[in-house]
Design a protein around this ligand. Structure first.
Ligand code: ZN
Length: 149
């Protein structure tokens, strides 16, 4: 959480963004990292993951922890503006035909005095919904899951 806000602040007055990485459990998603993806040119009101960038970044994250996968995209708004219809439709387009149909959209923006992360659940069959989240500790390291170890 703190790190994603730090990335957004560092990018001001431009937008930045990247991928949401984590694991899917039976009843929820567990975000482990927010990865920033470099773009050729930053804009003040637009952020698009470059074509072809997602798979290598996820592959990279998987070499550190093979359990994680792609959960969605995040980006920052340097001003207090909510997600645009383009923000949602981009993610829905990505979800169509690719693995799984549920995607997270993460948006970091300054709300009042502090930067805030909001998450939306994006599904090609439904309107986007705000997703609740809780801060937890890190997932146990790979191979540490078994008790008495
Ligand atoms: Zn946006």
């Amino acid at each position: 959480m703190a790190s994603i806000c730090a990335l957004a602040i560092a990018a001001e007055p431009f937008e930045t963004g990247g991928l949401i990485v984590g694991v899917t459990t039976a009843d929820s998603l567990w975000i482990t990292r927010f990865l920033e993806v470099a773009v050729a040119k930053r804009h003040r009101s637009r952020f698009l993951i470059p074509a072809g960038a997602t798979h290598p970044v996820i592959d990279d994250a998987r070499t550190e922890d093979p359990r994680v996968g792609y959960l969605g995209d995040w980006h920052s708004h340097p001003v207090d503006v909510g997600p645009s219809s383009i923000d949602f439709s981009t993610l829905v387009d990505l979800a169509v035909g690719s693995l799984g149909h549920r995607r997270l959209l993460g948006l970091v923006r300054p709300i009042g005095p502090s930067w805030t992360l909001e998450l939306w659940s994006v599904n090609r069959f439904r309107r986007p919904r705000r997703a609740e989240y809780q801060l937890t500790g890190p997932v146990p390291p790979p191979g540490d899951a078994a008790p008495n170890k």
